[in-house]
Design a protein. Structure first.
Length: 198
């Protein structure tokens, strides 16, 4: 998973968050509300991770991301701005949206690897169907994919999702939301500052 900062820049799509270096994680499969744990670069065995979320305040029964910062997303032409959860550390990228049932007002989660990565993502213990968009170090769109939940106890049964080329950022959103958010071929993103969810 990756991290970004929040700042609006004028070049296609702007994402706010913090950036971090590639931590050797093979990948993560999650969406803007349900993230999955990344695979270790050295094996296909999932990294053990703690729960990524907790029940929302009140008794709604929803599970929302906990312990993540936020990042603003600005899409230009036409101008749009979104707010995402930010996975900026190795632990945050490993937890992602696992077990999450609600994005709690955010439009997705941004994974900042702080450098080039070629790792795959998966949806192990991720209950929300997600779509993912990959971006290179310059913020240019690389590729995207739709990802299905994988709640099996055997992680080896979970599909892996890879970018078509090296990437530095990955953005997970609710399945089918990439076009609505402007995270499509030809788009461009840039890290920014924190934003307010909701």
């Amino acid at each position: 998973m990756r991290r970004l900062g929040c700042a609006a820049l004028a070049a296609g799509l702007v994402l706010a968050g913090c950036s971090s270096a590639d931590d050797g994680v093979a990948g993560t499969t999650a969406a803007a509300g349900a993230t999955t744990a990344p695979l270790p670069a050295s094996s296909t065995t999932p990294v053990a991770s703690s729960a990524a979320s907790t029940p929302a305040p009140g008794d709604s029964g929803e599970v929302v991301p906990q312990g993540f910062d936020t990042i603003a997303v600005r899409v230009l032409e036409p101008l749009r701005e979104w707010c995402l959860w930010l996975a900026a550390t190795a632990d945050e990228r490993a937890r992602g949206l696992m077990g999450v049932t609600s994005l709690d007002g955010a439009d997705g989660m941004l994974f900042d690897f702080g450098g080039v990565s070629t790792g795959e993502f998966w949806m192990y213990q991720t209950v929300l169907p997600l779509s993912i968009a990959f971006y290179d170090e310059s913020g240019d769109f690389v590729s995207s994919a739709d990802m299905d939940p994988c709640t099996t106890t055997n992680s080896a049964e979970c599909a892996r999702y890879a970018a078509t080329g090296p990437y530095a950022y990955a953005i997970e959103v609710a399945k089918g939301d990439l076009e609505r958010l402007g995270l499509v071929a030809g788009s461009r993103i840039e890290p920014g500052d924190a934003c307010a969810i909701g």
